[in-house]
Design a protein around this ligand. Structure first.
Ligand code: SAM
Length: 276
């Protein structure tokens, strides 16, 4: 591959489905390649055309869009295969992050591959990768489980099964169920460290960590809204990477280079040092 920035990039490949990752909050996280594919494709397949319309407008891009989602993915897949076979280039996006990660996309990819067409990923933002890599928890082995089911019994069973797995456990949770999840973690993982990565890449990004009971107490003190990735430390701290050490409640004595340290969290403009 040439590293000379003046070398023109090869054109996009006709008849290819590009899976394009998009920002999870901060528009600056779009990649140059994502912008190029969105600009040059024949069709943008979007989970929600209004949402993606805002993204395209933000970058001054105008392309035809069509919506695909969980319940029309099979039908749309057939249409997309027809268009790819006719040589069109399709960019598939979701509302945020990487398509197929707790989002639609996988059925389209399977249908397109089964039809012998090409699929390429345009890598970029993904909430769980951002959360895991910045959490301080072991990254050498992890299990991403996405969203838990909604029903109480099923959630408890799933958590019990997940608790037996090695490595860091990573979950997604909606703002409406986060408090409930913390209470459930107190039963399934009472002694483990839990990290909550809230509103990643956004203005009020916040990191909270503690045992589930400590986090539950903090929620009572001040409930939070927003989007969350929930990370649970491995049973014995993990095998090959050091156990995480989180600062205690005391703010750092003098750390001008690290004003947003987790020991002294900045929350909606306030400084908060009550959660480790
Ligand atoms: N495909 C996306 C990805 O690659 O991360 C995930 C989509 S899933 C429908 C949405 C969930 O991802 C949210 O409920 C939350 O758990 C997590 N998430 C998305 N954006 C986030 C952010 N900025 N901060 C924290 N969690 C986020």
């Amino acid at each position: 591959m040439s590293t000379d920035p003046t070398t023109p990039l090869p054109p996009l490949k006709k008849g290819t489905l590009y899976l394009v990752a998009t920002p999870i909050g901060n528009m600056e996280d779009i990649t140059l390649r994502a912008l190029r594919v969105l600009r040059e494709c024949d069709l943008v397949a979007a989970e929600d055309t209004r949402h993606t319309g805002n993204l395209l407008r933000h970058f001054g891009i105008t392309r035809p869009m069509v919506s695909y989602f969980k319940f029309n993915e099979a039908k749309r897949s057939t249409e997309f295969v027809g268009r790819l076979k006719a040589g069109e280039i399709i960019a598939l996006v979701t509302d945020a992050g990487s398509p197929g990660i707790s989002d639609p996309g996988t059925r389209v990819v399977q249908a397109v591959r089964a039809a012998g067409c090409t699929v390429e990923a345009i890598p970029g933002p993904c909430a769980f990768v951002a959360a895991l890599t910045a959490s301080g928890l072991p990254t050498d082995e992890f299990h991403f489980a996405g969203f838990l089911p909604h029903k109480s019994g099923q959630r408890a069973n799933r958590l019990a099964k997940l608790s037996a797995l090695p490595g860091t456990l990573v979950l997604y949770e909606s703002p409406f169920r986060i408090e409930r999840l913390i209470a459930e973690l107190a039963v399934a993982f009472p002694t483990r460290q839990v990290v909550l990565a809230r509103e990643l890449t956004k203005k009020f990004e916040e990191w909270l960590h503690g045992t589930p009971l400590e986090l539950a107490a903090e929620w009572k003190r001040r409930p939070r809204k927003g989007e969350f990735v929930v990370l649970i430390s491995p049973a014995n701290g993990g095998d090959s990477q050091p156990e995480p050490t989180f600062p205690d409640n005391a703010p750092p004595e003098s750390d001008e280079n690290c004003p947003e340290s987790t020991a002294s969290l900045e929350i909606d403009g306030d400084r908060d040092s009550s959660v480790r």
